[in-house]
Each structure stands twice: as structure tokens, then as C-alpha cells.
Write a protein of this length. Structure first.
Length: 197
């Protein structure tokens, strides 16, 4: 059974640490790089809602269904984004990775691939997950491409599934990766990160 607890994960330029209230100012700064909260298809908090966003994540940790991480630049310690394990289902050894966003300056860099490799490695090889899932807005095409680049398989679409920040209802695109698929996906991601950029 999955037992998700506090852990720090690091590789190359990325360090993942348990999200806490001490990261509020850093998250505000990361979100301000690109005014990410203005995108209707993301979960990025508005500046004045950042504290509440962290409190919600901490409540999810306490309830056992979410574990959020601050994504840090490993060299400087600067907060560059946020990501989470969520919809943690210990009885079936399943969890999802999401609530992920990054400062604009690190988008389309090695940060996302590195962070996801860290999270998937920990999920499959330490926690014993049998399946890792992702979900995204049907109009978040950049997120869909990023998830597909990770090697996840598109499972389908949940129609009329969840509210967006603007009050409209989205369809949710679901993806997953099984433990049996993990070795090949891991080798591919390792190759991607080793390539000269």
C-alpha cells in the first residue's frame, strides 16, 4: 500500500521539497513570471490567494489524498513552481501527478521532465505504485503535449467533469502509466535529459 510521506527529491537543476507556508512569497514570484493566474485552464493561484492555495494543499496532505511539493532551483533555492501527488488511493496503489505549474522562465526547459522523472521514480520504485495518472483541461493543449512527451497513455475524456476558475465546466483528459511500462519510459526520459540542448 502506498504510504506517501515527507520526502525531498533532487536531480540536476531541480529540488522538490514538501510545500509549506514558508514558500508563499516564492510561489507568488513564480506565478508573477508570466501572470500565470490569468490562464483560465490552470490551477495557478492569484497572488492574494496563494496562502489559501497552500493551506488547501496542506489540508489535502492531512486528509491523505494530496501531497504538494514546492519546485526549487537546486542551485539558488528559488521557488520556480509547484507540483503534487494527488488522488492518492493506497488500497489500489494508484496516485496521480498534477497541480503542476512553473514560472514562465523555466517552461520548455528540462525542469518539467526532471521533476516528473523524480516523482515517477519515487512513486514506482519507492512507494510501490502500480499506476501513475495525470489529468488536464481539454483546452490545455500544452499540458497534453507535455504529458504525452513523458510517455503516458491517453485513457480518455471525462466530459463535463470539473469547474474552471471562470465558472465554465471543462472536459478532463485522463492519462496513465503502469508499473510495467515504467522501465521503458524511464530509459526514454533519461535519454531525453542526457541529450545536448
Amino acid at each position: 500500500m502506498l504510504n506517501v510521506g515527507p520526502v525531498e527529491l533532487q536531480r540536476g537543476p531541480v529540488r522538490l521539497v514538501p510545500l509549506g507556508l514558508e514558500h508563499e512569497a516564492g510561489l507568488k514570484g513564480a506565478a508573477a513570471d508570466g501572470k500565470l493566474w490569468t490562464l483560465r485552464i490552470t490551477s495557478v493561484p492569484e497572488p492574494e490567494q496563494t496562502g489559501a492555495y497552500i493551506q488547501t494543499a496542506l489540508a489535502g496532505r492531512e486528509a491523505g489524498h494530496r501531497f504538494a511539493f514546492a519546485v526549487l532551483d537546486a542551485a539558488s533555492g528559488e521557488v520556480i513552481g509547484c507540483t503534487s501527488y494527488h488522488d492518492i488511493a493506497p488500497a489500489v496503489d494508484r496516485l496521480e501527478i498534477g497541480w503542476t505549474w512553473y514560472a514562465k522562465k523555466v517552461q520548455r526547459s528540462a525542469v518539467n521532465t526532471t521533476a516528473k522523472l523524480l516523482l515517477m521514480t519515487h512513486a514506482f520504485e519507492t512507494l510501490g505504485a502500480k499506476l501513475v495518472g495525470w489529468r488536464t483541461d481539454n483546452y490545455n493543449f500544452a499540458s497534453q503535449r507535455a504529458i504525452e512527451r513523458l510517455g503516458a497513455r491517453r485513457d480518455g475524456v471525462l466530459r463535463h467533469h470539473a469547474l474552471r476558475r471562470d465558472g465554465t465546466v471543462r472536459d478532463t483528459v485522463m492519462y496513465s502509466l503502469t508499473v510495467g511500462e515504467w522501465p521503458e519510459v524511464k530509459a526514454h526520459l533519461e535519454h531525453q535529459l542526457a541529450r545536448p540542448r
